[in-house]
Design a protein around this ligand. Structure first.
Ligand SMILES: C[S@@+](CC[C@H](N)C(=O)[O-])C[C@H]1O[C@@H](n2cnc3c(N)ncnc32)[C@H](O)[C@@H]1O
Length: 128
């Protein structure tokens, strides 16, 4: 396939500003990123406010972050962080696979693994 705008970066999301210009991004997908629960280090979560503030610089007005997780604690935390950083929460569901949004959903590798274990998938689209 000829996909001229596809790039793979093996790097730390904390350095995202090295890869994108301001007002460049239409949509960010955060799929099943590490919940950092056992380590109790919420500042490392990719939905922690310091990350969200970095994303905002690169996001166009009207763009969005589509966030999916299997982890209830990370989901609740993320909803609060999105709100705190001025995002509008839309399409919120705690059981994506049994919701109206499932028809357009593309399951990731980890998503399928969690679903096979009977874990419900949480999802939100946060508008900037
Ligand atoms: C459980 S895997 C999910 C993989 C895939 N997105 C999926 O849904 O099947 C979590 C992924 O989050 C990535 N991740 C977590 N924190 C990161 C960070 N600070 N920078 C870059 N990647 C990160 C990990 O490298 C890992 O690939």
């Amino acid at each position: 396939m000829e996909l001229p705008n596809l790039f793979f970066i093996r790097g730390d999301a904390g350095l995202i500003e090295n890869y994108f210009d301001e007002d460049e991004i239409d949509r960010i997908f955060l799929n099943f990123s590490d919940p950092w629960t056992r380590q109790n280090k919420p500042k490392r979560r990719l939905t922690y406010r310091a990350f969200l503030e970095k994303y905002k610089v690169m996001m166009k007005k009207g763009s969005s972050i589509c966030f999916k997780t299997d982890n209830d604690d990370l989901f609740d935390f993320s909803l609060e962080e999105f709100k705190e950083c001025g995002f509008e929460l839309t399409e919120v569901t705690r059981d994506l696979h049994n919701s109206e949004y499932e028809k357009d959903n593309i399951r990731t590798e980890f998503e399928q693994k969690f679903a096979d274990q009977g874990i419900t998938i949480k999802r939100v689209v946060a508008l900037y």
